[in-house]
Design a protein around this ligand. Sequence first.
Ligand code: PEP
Ligand code: MN
Length: 263
Amino acid sequence: RASSELKAERTVVRARSLEIGGKRIGVIAGPCSVESEGQIVSIARTLKALGATGLRGGAYKPRTSPYSFQGHKVDGLKMLATARDETGLAIVTEVMAPEHVAVVAEYADVLQIGARNMQNYQLLTAVGESGKPAFLKRGMASTMEEFLLAAEYILDRGNDQVILCERGVRTFEEHTRFTLPLASVPYLQAKTHLPVVVDPSHGTGKAPLVPPMARAAIAAGADGLMVEVHEDPEHAMSDGAQTITPSAFERMMAECRRVAEAV
Ligand code: PEP
Ligand code: MN
């Protein structure tokens, strides 16, 4: 069960280099999409040197338009595995369908369930049964109760390695891609024993807003961050507008360390 009333001790999710929910803040960084082996290995090396503890990158991409790049799929998973072998970084990548859980679990360390699939109960169950840690993103129109009940589907399969990720919700507001409610961090931490991560990249949709909201997430008590980083965001195959450069990531990490020491 997700409730902190039923389990007082906080859950720490561990996978290789990644630890989320412990003393230190875990930072999962990487491009929105895995584009090529050269790209993912190079950014992985850079991110590891700058203090990231996990590597993200989509091989199966849930795109709004069927005409947009859909990801390199199994080839993308192999590129991620190469990046992990080169750096030791834990791989966090999305699985979109129950029938893909086995192959994604073969290469990834943590299985991401995207916002669009938060209530795909067959997928949640399959990820629960995979034995791999899960990274569950909040649905863009989901309440906290629905979010927690989605997590419950994974826990119910005997898998307590679940990370909750606030990634913003759809509102009337248009100055950001989504609206990022940071109150969910202390709310979820009081309500559950599961670690809570914030994704300021999807949460804002705008690169200049990412570092300030990352700092705010740490100040609010988040256990970790998921951030999109690319060497050349302008030419990224997806989500370039919300993607920061390695040098912006380096500054963000320094600022976040200062915030973490202060809170
Ligand atoms: C992603 O992490 O690249 C992604 C597609 O996120 P979300 O499911 O939150 O939209
Ligand atoms: Mn993305």
